[in-house]
Every structure is written in structure tokens, then in C-alpha cells.
Design a protein around this ligand. Structure first.
Ligand SMILES: Cc1ncc(COP(=O)(O)O)c(C=O)c1O
Length: 388
């Protein structure tokens, strides 16, 4: 009997501890963890530098109210601003809070400049921006919103990749276009660089803000700090979470000067967001991920992984339909429903997770070793062989 609400379809497996890329179950079994808390444990489990940062800060100060100046938060915000397009940063605790805050920032900007009716947010149908009541209506997904009426208004949707639909849905009241640079839950679908450029152009032309949700694909996951960086596009607002905390709940919204001007004292807040403990851990993750060697390793090892997965696709053309994604945000799209395949991978001690469109989502830690990638490839090969 479990007293936990059944909002998750949990697998009957629990873990005692984790180290690097591995999880160790309560039954003494060792699993190669290519879920990593769904792209959260960016540095794997129990990273010594994160453990040290947590231990050190936990002995000094965990939490103080945001009504005081928090030097640890100032430090992380400064590092993020120096590293990215952002002029300002606002801390939250999770991805959905970060996307909600992004929506508020966009609306508040237009309110501040005397255009309060310019408040609609245009999103991709069947996208994922979190589970709060506004975020589910931002997703434009029946599955996410069923049973949660009344509808939260203010969101319009277009079909992924349909440029005509996108242009049709823009009105004079569109405040922002909010998209995941790489759709995670939606099936690891990448917005090509030229499309991102096109989005920026449309936004500039129509006076619309561009929000790129990098909650899942950001913080080095694709081999660039942000997935949009390769396109050279500059967004106005970027919600982040997951990887920046390395396993500690931490979210943030990065924004430019123009939109930050609307967020004066009292417009938004968070009791927990940006506390010293979270900030020190976030800072440590950022320092590690910011190293050029670390980032080059992600690029090199993920290229190898993609190359080898393509080989498996050619070896099993009736099972694997497509290899999707970039860097260590990988989707193995199957011809059939992926449930059984994921179970077989798990039986062979490789943990992965599903995404839409029959996709097996593969999310190794960013510091995964080549030998661990080889181990995963061997298991995938075996499962493909037995699925033929
Ligand atoms: C792109 C994207 N945005 C927002 C969220 C919501 O994040 P959280 O679950 O931390 O609220 C997620 C979570 O998977 C996500 O992938």
C-alpha cells in the first residue's frame, strides 16, 4: 500500500545510491542510468565537487528570505549573465515555475510600455512547458489539459514545422512566441538553426518577444551551453532548470535588459527561489560545465554516440526509424510503440525513458565515459536483435 498519489506510473524498482553514470538498486543490481532524473543530474550521481559544495554551504547557510541580499545568488546571476545573452536573471525552483515566470515577464513588458492587450503567447501544439495550470494550457495538448477546465486563456498554438500555420496564428495581440529549442517530451524534435533565425526575424518584424524554453536542452546538454547558440539567434527570455542544479531543485529565467525593465519590485517572487544552498550548487555546476575541455568532450563523445546509433539504425532498419536530437539529448525513434523496448533495455540494466512519437529518450550524464556509451550501445544492439 502506497500513500503516494498515483500521478506517476512508477516502475517497480528503487535505488539505494548512485555514482557517476550508475544507479544501484535496493536489490543490489547495477544500472547504467541514461535517464539521469530526466536530464537533471547533468554531472551524474554523487559528483565529488557537488557533494563538497553542498556539504560546505549546508554548514554555513541554507535559506534566507529574498527580502535580503543573497551574495551567492548575485554570484550565480553574474556568472550566467557573463556567459550568455542575458542581462538579468531571476531564480525559481523548477522548470514550470521558470516558464510561468517567462510568460509573466513577456506580458508585463507590454503592459509597461502601454500595450496591455498585447498579451497572447504563441506556442507549439503538443509542446511541453511544465505542469502548472498555465503551463499545461501553453502546451496545447489535450492529454495535459483533460479534466482541468476552466481553460486558461491567452495561448495560441501552431503546428511544429508548419510555417504557414505559424504566420497565420500571429495577431496584433501576440506578445511572445514560446518554443522549446529542442522538443523533449514531444519526441526530441529539433528546431533547425535556419528556423530559429526565421523566428527571430518574424519576432523583430512584428514586435514580438522570443522565449526559448531551454529547461531540458540547455546547460551543455547539446554540446553548446544553450541549444540555440549555434544559430547565433538572441532570444529575449530563456527559462532554464534541470541541468543547472545537477540534481538540486533550481530554475531560473534569463532575460535581456528591455524586458527586465518591467519586473519591478513586487511583480514576481518566490519564497525558496535563489536560496544560498541552491545558488552554491548551481554555481559549481556552471563552473564545471563552462570549461572548454568539458564542453569539447560532450561534443566529441555525443558525436561518437550518434554515429554508432546511426550504424545500429542501418543494422536494424525495421526497428529503428530515426535517430533524433543533438549532443546528449537523443531520441531513438522506433517503428512500434517503445514501451516494451524500454522495458527490455531496463532488464538488460540500461535505463532510458520515453518521449512522444515512439521515441526512446536517451539522456546520459554530460560527463559520461566512452566506455559507458559503448556499454549502452551493446545493450541497445542486443535488444534490437531480440526484437527482430
Ligand atoms: C522544456 C521543458 N519545460 C518545462 C519543463 C517543466 O519542468 P519541471 O518539471 O521542473 O517543472 C520541462 C520538464 O520536463 C521541460 O522539459
Amino acid at each position: 500500500m502506497s500513500y503516494l498519489t498515483k500521478n506517476y506510473n512508477r516502475k517497480k524498482i528503487s535505488f539505494k545510491y548512485g555514482k557517476g553514470s550508475y544507479l544501484y538498486s535496493t536489490k543490489g543490481k547495477k544500472y547504467l542510468d541514461f535517464v539521469q532524473g530526466i536530464a537533471v543530474n547533468s554531472l551524474g550521481h554523487s559528483h565529488p565537487k557537488l557533494n563538497k559544495a553542498l556539504e560546505k554551504q549546508s554548514k554555513k547557510l541554507w535559506h534566507v528570505s529574498n527580502s535580503f541580499k543573497i551574495p551567492e545568488g548575485e554570484e550565480l546571476a553574474r556568472k550566467l549573465a557573463k556567459k550568455t545573452f542575458a542581462d538579468f536573471v531571476m531564480f525559481q525552483n523548477s522548470g514550470t515555475e521558470a516558464t510561468e515566470a517567462a510568460i509573466k515577464i513577456a506580458r508585463r513588458y507590454f503592459y509597461t510600455i502601454g500595450k496591455p492587450k498585447k498579451n497572447r503567447i504563441l506556442c507549439v501544439r503538443n509542446s511541453f512547458h511544465g505542469r502548472t495550470i498555465a503551463a499545461i494550457y501553453a502546451s496545447g495538448s489535450k492529454k495535459m489539459t483533460e479534466g482541468f477546465l476552466p481553460k486558461v486563456g491567452g495561448f495560441d498554438h501552431f503546428k511544429f514545422g508548419d510555417h504557414k500555420d505559424l504566420k497565420k496564428m500571429i495577431t496584433k495581440n501576440t506578445a511572445a512566441i514560446m518554443v522549446e529549442t529542442i522538443m523533449g517530451e514531444g519526441g526530441i524534435k529539433v528546431i533547425p538553426d535556419w528556423c530559429l533565425k526565421g523566428l527571430r526575424k518574424i519576432c523583430n518584424k512584428k514586435g514580438i518577444l522570443l522565449i526559448l524554453d531551454e529547461v531540458q536542452c540547455g546547460i551543455g546538454r547539446t554540446g553548446d551551453f544553450f541549444a540555440f547558440e549555434r544559430s547565433k539567434v538572441k532570444p529575449d527570455i530563456v527559462p532554464i532548470a534541470k541541468g543547472i542544479g545537477g540534481g538540486f531543485p533550481l530554475g531560473a529565467v534569463l532575460m535581456n535588459k528591455k524586458v527586465a525593465a518591467g519586473m519591478v519590485a513586487g511583480t514576481h517572487g518566490s519564497t525558496f527561489g535563489g536560496n544560498p544552498l541552491a545558488m552554491k550548487i548551481g554555481s559549481t555546476v556552471l563552473d564545471i560545465v563552462s570549461s572548454r575541455i568539458f564542453m569539447n568532450n560532450i561534443k566529441k563523445n555525443s558525436k561518437y554516440f550518434h554515429y554508432k546509433l546511426q550504424e545500429l539504425k542501418e543494422k536494424y532498419p525495421k526497428i529503428i526509424k530515426e535517430i533524433r536530437g543533438r549532443g546528449f539529448l537523443i531520441g531513438l525513434q522506433l517503428y512500434k510503440d517503445q514501451t516494451n523496448f524500454i522495458k527490455k533495455l531496463m532488464d538488460n540494466k540500461l535505463l532510458t525513458i520515453r518521449a512522444a512519437e515512439n521515441v526512446v529518450r536517451i539522456l546520459p550524464p554530460l560527463n559520461v565515459k566512452k566506455s559507458e556509451i559503448d556499454q549502452a550501445l551493446k545493450i541497445i544492439d542486443n535488444v534490437c536483435l531480440k526484437s527482430e
